[in-house]
Design a protein around this ligand. Structure first.
Ligand code: AMP
Length: 554
């Protein structure tokens, strides 16, 4: 017997309709690449998205066809989010921080037909245009006044003119909720990136789950400034969450330094933000240097790589800003877990609490997880045993675009490539990327632990721990450190800092000081690059010491 309730497909256009009808006056504020601050409401967004949908139809964009974007966080990108997916086409957000060869490869692989891009990226697109053979139309996201007098790009259209040519009488089509809505490629640090094709259903379910109190706790009272880019995994879903709950949105555009972000937080009464740890590093440095306080910020979501406890402490103790540590990945669109405490943690002392907050947290409803050993058997949730993290759920990839890489699942579970432990309260902690694991004499050492300790040193601004080849132990940890500009620390002081905090044999064998650690297109440290450069560091060091007669060969 079927239930007798209405059946309505879960569609992205429904989020926009809801925002327009029930939160129509709520504002969206954007720092434009043209330089000024732009303001309008959800009502304006909805009307312009409908005009854009009509314009896309007129350009011949068919259901399921891909529309690429190369754009910062801003209202025009938001319009594309809704108009492209809502009209039945697929929004393909491209990451402008990638090398142009890789961008061309991705756009061609995805068969993008239209490319919409911000003014900032005009030179980049001009350099790629002749190689982007599948693109029928290029659209510059600006008005006539900012269009270049001439450009080498064929068929370059002006976004504002496209919109102005249409009226806003448009009915969003009733699509199958399982139809594709948007596309994002994995970072692809090894091999070619792979496309993850989200559906309307997976996106709306992800939105429901992520706004819940024990997730990101987003409400109509919030003013959200997503620093995390809309060009990578949907800015962690915040452009959708804001419409679902009616939160004000503040888009920072292309200016992401600590000072500019702080000014926007203050001038727009921002209550919550979200970003990777490297972004918060510069913001915290700015507020500390100028002894500033956040007037309205109450919490910030940190993920993408491990949030060091020293960062959580700085936010919570110095600024009364709560940190929500999250874990996710492109294959999950992206949220999987949030570290939001349970009553069982109420009685913990400060140190024990800090250890819990360092964890990536517990599953959202809709995502199940487990850890497995090398033989695939499930491992216990004792908070100690580490194995590969596997997930399954309503917004987990089933297969990659065009079946690339074959069937990614093992018995219906997606292997994340992350190593993790889970405690008996269900709190998961990432110990490493599987490929970043350090194996010393057959025993495993967790690089994230070592990095978190280094980050707690007052002189350190960034730390990476990598596996370096070792003549005796196969691999040993090597610490790579960037110090704060005004601070100094020696190798010996750095290594002494580990004393009493970890088992002695976990202490890194050496420290390399760098001016900067290379970051990938999504702000993560490129440990593979460090391994390429310093993977033989300990071997060379041992040889040099031997030559100097300081150690006898074993
Ligand atoms: P991406 O698909 O580019 O979003 O990268 C996903 C990967 O980032 C995950 O598989 C993890 O290795 C890493 N990651 C994401 N969030 C965290 C976190 N909070 N702590 C540690 N690693 C994380």
């Amino acid at each position: 017997m079927n239930g007798q309730m209405m059946s309505q497909p879960l569609l992205i256009s429904a989020l926009l309709n809801h925002a327009e009808r029930h939160h129509g006056k709520r504002e969206i504020v954007s720092r434009r690449v043209e330089g000024d601050i732009h303001r309008y409401t959800f009502r304006d967004l909805a009307a312009r998205a409908r005009r854009l949908a009509k314009a896309l139809n007129e350009l011949g964009v068919k259901p399921g066809e891909r529309v690429g974007t190369l754009a910062w966080n801003g209202y025009r990108h938001m319009e594309l989010y809704y108009a492209v997916s809502g009209s039945g086409a697929v929004l393909h957000t491209l990451n402008p921080r990638l090398h142009s060869d890789q961008l061309v490869w991705i756009a061609e692989h995805a068969e993008d037909r239209v490319l919409c891009f911000d003014l900032t990226f005009l030179p980049l697109v001009e350099a790629m245009a002749t190689r982007l053979k599948g693109i029928r139309q290029f659209v510059l996201l600006t008005d006539r006044a900012h269009m270049p007098a001439q450009s080498t790009i064929p068929n370059l259209l002006c976004y504002e003119e496209l919109i102005a040519a249409q009226d806003d009488r448009y009915q969003w089509p009733t699509l199958d909720e399982n139809s594709a809505s948007s596309l994002c490629y994995t970072s692809g640090t090894t091999g070619n990136p792979k496309g993850v094709l989200y559906s309307h259903r997976s996106t709306v379910l992800h939105t429901y789950a992520s706004v819940m109190p024990d997730a990101l706790n987003v409400s109509a009272r919030d003013v959200i400034l997503p620093v995390v880019p809309m060009f990578h995994v949907n800015a962690w879903g915040l452009p959708y969450s804001a419409c679902m709950v009616g939160a004000k949105l503040v888009f920072p555009g292309a200016v992401l330094d600590g000072k500019s972000l702080y000014e926007l937080f203050e001038s727009e009464d921002v209550t919550m933000s979200a970003g990777v740890p490297t972004v918060w590093q510069s913001l915290l440095a700015h507020v500390a240097a100028d002894k500033l306080k956040f007037s309205t910020m109450r919490r910030t979501v940190i993920g993408g790589s491990a949030c060091p406890p020293s960062m959580t402490r700085a936010f919570e103790r110095d600024h009364d800003v709560k940190v929500i540590h999250v874990w996710g990945m492109t294959e999950l669109s992206p949220l999987g877990t949030t570290c939001v405490l349970k009553p069982v943690h109420d009685s913990l002392d400060e140190q024990a609490l800090a250890s819990v907050k360092a964890k990536q947290g517990r599953s959202l409803f809709g995502i199940d997880m487990k850890i497995v050993g090398p033989d695939g058997d499930e491992l216990p949730w004792d908070g100690q045993t580490s194995g590969e993290l596997m997930v399954r759920g309503a917004w987990v990839v089933d297969q990659y675009l065009k079946g690339e890489g074959g069937d990614p699942l093992i018995d219906g579970w997606f292997p994340t490539g992350d190593m993790a432990a889970i405690d008996d309260d269900g709190f998961m902690q990432i110990t490493d990327r599987a490929k970043d694991v350090i194996k010393s004499g057959g025993e495993w050492i967790g690089s994230i632990d070592l990095e978190n300790i280094a980050m707690a040193h007052p002189a350190v601004s960034m730390a990476a721990c990598i596996a370096a080849k070792h003549p005796k132990w196969d691999e040993r940890p090597l610490l790579v450190v960037v110090t704060k500009s005004e601070q100094k620390v020696t190798r010996e002081e750095m290594l002494a800092f580990y004393e009493g905090k970890i088992a002695k044999w976990w202490t890194p064998d050496d420290v390399v000081f760098l001016d900067a650690i290379p970051l990938g297109a999504t702000g993560k440290m490129l440990k593979n690059r460090l391994r390429e450069e310093f993977g033989n560091h300990l071997v060379s060091m041992a040889t040099a010491l031997e030559l100097e007669g300081q150690v006898s060969p074993q």
